[in-house]
Design a protein around this ligand. Structure first.
Ligand SMILES: *[C@@H]1O[C@H](CO)[C@@H](O)[C@H](O)[C@H]1NC(C)=O
Ligand SMILES: *[C@@H]1O[C@H](CO)[C@@H](O)[C@H](O)[C@H]1NC(C)=O
Ligand SMILES: CC(=O)N[C@H]1CO[C@H](CO)[C@@H](O)[C@@H]1O
Length: 349
């Protein structure tokens, strides 16, 4: 059983407002949009949709678009869209075999291709991926994928894949530059994990997931998972999970994470939460179903804020629980490559 650490910073409940302003209007061939990312420096907006990748300028004018459709029959849903600032390119992956491409940031042309499953090839299966620092100061693509029942070659639960400019043709290939944890095959059906969001923070890559509480309990919970970016280990022994709880004003638990973002809050929030200067906060929107076992969200939702320092502390506590003499109850028995106690060494700031 995994160690659990519970947060409950109660904030507010709201219903979604049907109010929006149109800022851009153009016709695209895409059936729908899957992901969007904004370039920190140029302000360009990249959109990954079904069968298309689009680039808009900072005034939201369509500048370029390129098709990702492999053939007339197959639709290709965008699964990963992340800018690699280190090498100045765009990493995209789609539902078409879960393959990835490295693309020119200007005209979106393909500079390198993976010939290996990276994202979940099923449209319904979740994938979260982002480029962040890896060991050796080289950028890595961190990927979280679910595999509902099916096992695809090369698709792991959480993996890091080194992106090397000089090796475009084998970007996601090299075995020694790839680290991963997988869910043991006997638990695939039972430990269906939904990857919602991922981010990089202070030396770690984090994934926010919704999953079942235990094998014997079909209630869903939200967890935050992390791996260390500096470690050069094959099995991601730094893999750790803690539970994120969000209680609404109605004193019920909102168990289903819908969206999340880490940022430095504005000054009034810094004051009211007594944050240190520069301290980051995870903002998370949660919903709940009819029952804790139900994944279909009801209308009402709750926003919870978690200080990143509290989250880091929770991981430290979870790991101490693991490495304390006799404290072997931290082992995540359904995760391959998770060993405990004694082998986990994480430098926590
Ligand atoms: C987008 O622009 C077109 C032509 O300018 C207009 O006919 C259409 O109503 C606009 N769409 C929306 C949703 O406003
Ligand atoms: C990216 O595309 C632009 C415009 O087509 C081109 O000028 C540039 O050389 C390309 N960069 C790379 C790395 O291929
Ligand atoms: C701006 C731009 O490149 N638009 C193109 C997007 O794709 C459609 C369909 O392939 C083209 O017709 C547009 O010219």
């Amino acid at each position: 059983m995994s160690s659990q650490y519970t947060f409950s910073l109660l904030i507010l409940i709201f219903s979604f407002v049907n109010n929006y302003a149109e800022v851009a209007n153009f016709t695209l061939d895409s059936l729908e949009f899957n992901h969007m990312t904004v370039h920190d420096i140029t302000g360009d907006v990249y959109i990954g949709g079904v069968d298309y990748i689009h680039r808009l300028d900072e005034d939201l004018l369509l500048i370029s678009n390129i098709t990702t459709k492999p053939d007339d029959e197959t639709d290709n849903y965008n699964k990963i869209l992340s800018i690699n600032y280190n090498d100045n390119n765009l990493v995209t992956c789609g539902s078409d075999k879960g393959w990835c491409q490295i693309r020119n940031l200007t005209d979106l042309s393909v500079l390198g291709d993976s010939d290996k499953y990276v994202a979940a090839p099923n449209v319904e299966d979740s994938t979260v991926g982002f480029v962040a620092p890896g060991y050796d100061d080289k950028p890595m693509l961190y990927v979280g994928t679910s595999k509902r029942g099916l096992v695809y070659d090369g698709v792991e639960a959480v993996s890091g894949r080194q992106l090397e400019e000089a090796l475009f043709h084998t970007i996601f290939e090299s075995q020694y530059k790839q680290t991963a944890v997988g869910i043991s095959s006997i638990y695939h059906g039972e430990y269906f994990v939904i990857y919602i969001q991922g981010f990089s923070y202070d030396g770690f890559s984090y994934f926010l997931v919704v999953q079942k509480l235990y094998r014997s309990d079909n209630s869903y919970i939200t967890r935050i998972v992390r791996v260390c970016q500096e470690r050069d280990d094959n099995y991601y022994q730094s893999y750790t999970e803690v539970t994120l709880q969000c209680d609404g004003r109605d004193s019920t638990s909102y168990n289903l994470l819908q969206a999340a973002h880490v940022m430095r809050p504005a000054s009034d929030l810094v004051t009211s939460l007594s944050l240190e200067d520069g301290e980051h906060v995870l903002f998370a929107v949660f919903a709940k179903g009819e029952t804790p076992q139900d994944l279909t969200p009801l209308q009402q939702s709750a926003v919870c804020m978690y200080k990143m320092t509290d989250i880091e502390q929770a991981f430290t506590d979870a790991i101490s629980g693991c490495v304390d003499p006799g404290g072997d109850d931290y082992e995540l028995y359904y995760i391959q490559g998770s060993t405990c106690p004694g082998t986990v060494h994480i430098n926590v700031q």
